[in-house]
Write a new protein. Sequence first.
Length: 156
Amino acid sequence: MLIAIDGSECSLRAVDYVGRQFSGMGDLQITILHVLPFPPAPLWDDGHIPTKGEKEKRESEIEKWLLDQRAGTESLFDRAITILVGAGISRTQMAIKTISDSSDIADSILEATRDGGYHTLVVGRCGHSSVKEFVMGSVTTKLLSHGAGVAVCVVE
């Protein structure tokens, strides 16, 4: 089973759901996945070809951004693991995985699901208006529409 988390309370509710529903299943293996998005455009593209000094500064800013993102990931995994252990799932039944520099979070989650041979994907979803989803799309909507062959469980 793969649980994709992003740090939101919605994704932690998905972790809690798995803990409540699957506690006591000694053969269950859970991978907790977090996808780090590609660094925001202002860090790497301001519309002109940078000088050597600008390029070095930009690379340093990107590295700092990535380190900050990774540091937050550790506490995020710790929170998810604590929830699952609190529900009675052994730490030995869990693995963690991070994907860095994703340009499309939903595609990265689906690729990890398929490449890992997972049959079930669990995600949290915060309620958004259908207008916003239509205009901007959502990770959950894309997972549901492109997740053929995988049981996708959406927890609100």
